[in-house]
Design a protein around this ligand. Structure first.
Ligand code: MN
Length: 374
């Protein structure tokens, strides 16, 4: 696999906000956009103009921040919606059209010929209005590949520069994605963007498979925020592509914890403690053999270097701790424990965890240690 780059198009501010019950204030949007830009995220999708005057004003505000990132707006493939995308200071729109027969027939009550004709007409309108265009192929994962190729052809002939392959309902798996994106890649010159959902826990895997298959652009969201089970997580995609495939995104995640926390608060959706790369406990170690191994050499139990996401290993004392962890944690607190003392503290720690269903905090540890002296 040769070293190459892909472009992250983060949609925290569009599909992320589209999660049930999530609404960002303009201050939160500005902060999130600025932080994304600061990490080097090259593209971001920032809203849906047809939603109304307020949304359009906020899009204009974000576009006026003077950030480096290229900004996109999202729109249905409808003339009147596209007109709302003009004159907002954003030069790029994703125009979304259902492409599965399920959605064309049973949602739109139309047919494929109508869809192709509408794509041509709408892309033309957008281009005449000065917009660059990505044709968003909604529900592409359940569509016929031959029809997707017709959509790509129509999109290109009307002046689009990109197609978006949306696994709208989150039902694909990586091997199928690889094959499908390869087929699209060999049939069109357009840029190809992957948009994955995590309904089966495969959004990141599918997004990475798309990159391997030749996708040039990838949709992500911070913390994997998004409708239902969420979208592909920015942090997982960036770290996974680099570590597993040597594919670079130019995104530097060392300041990511602040952005993650900001999105967590602004979305009102707590990040699970076990959420990869950002969860509170994913770099914490308690088990005696693991801590002992890490203290001897980090590589013994380190799969991902926490420093790439601005974090570090933590040793937590708990039921499965051994005495070397106790000694190490207390040494960090400035207390040198003798072997017998460490063993006695460990007994107290185990009792504490069983009683409280959590590990002791620093002050509680010190209190447990003081009890020994009594
Ligand atoms: Mn989506």
């Amino acid at each position: 696999m040769s070293l190459r780059t892909v472009i992250i198009d983060d949609t925290t501010l569009r599909d992320g906000e589209q999660s049930a019950g999530v609404a960002f204030s303009i201050e939160e949007k500005i902060d999130i956009a600025t932080r994304l830009d600061g990490l080097g995220v090259p593209e971001m999708e920032i809203g849906i103009p047809a939603m109304g005057e307020r949304e359009r004003e906020e899009i204009q505000t974000l576009a006026g921040l003077g950030l480096n990132a290229r900004m996109l707006v999202w729109s249905r493939m409808r003339e009147e919606d596209i007109l709302e995308c003009l004159n907002l200071g954003v030069g790029f729109a994703d125009l979304s059209m259902p492409v599965s027969s399920q959605q064309i027939s049973l949602k739109l009550k139309r047919d494929e010929q109508w869809a192709l004709a509408t794509i041509k007409a709408c892309v033309k309108t957008a281009r005449e209005g000065g917009l660059s265009v990505c044709v968003g192929m909604e529900d592409a994962s359940r569509a016929n590949i031959d029809f997707l190729l017709k959509v790509a052809e129509a999109a290109q002939s009307a002046g689009a520069e990109r197609i978006r392959f949306a696994d709208t309902v989150g039902v694909m798996e990586p091997f199928g994605v690889l094959e499908t994106i390869k087929a699209l890649r060999s049939a069109t010159d357009l840029d190809i963007e992957m948009h994955a959902h995590d309904d089966l826990g495969l959004a990141t895997a599918n997004t990475m498979a798309a990159a391997l298959g030749g996708a040039t652009h990838l949709n992500t969201t911070v913390n994997g925020l998004g409708e239902r089970a969420g979208n592909a997580a920015l942090e997982e995609v960036v770290v996974g592509l680099r570590q597993l495939y040597g594919i670079e995104t130019g995104v530097d995640l060392r300041e990511f914890p602040e952005l993650s926390a900001r999105v967590e608060t602004a979305s009102g959706e707590p990040v699970g403690w076990r959420k990869s790369l950002v969860g509170k406990r994913v770099f914490s170690h308690e088990a005696g053999i693991h801590v002992d191994g890490l203290l001897k050499d980090l590589a013994n139990y380190q799969g991902v270097d926490p420093a790439v996401v601005g974090r570090s290993h933590q040793f937590i004392l708990g039921k499965h701790s051994g005495s070397s962890a106790v000694t190490s944690v207390f040494a960090d607190l400035g207390l040198v424990l003798e072997k017998r003392e460490a063993a006695a503290v460990l007994v107290k720690v185990r009792q504490f965890v069983v009683r409280h269903k959590r590990s002791p905090e620093t002050v509680e540890l010190l209190a447990l240690h003081r009890q020994l002296a009594i």
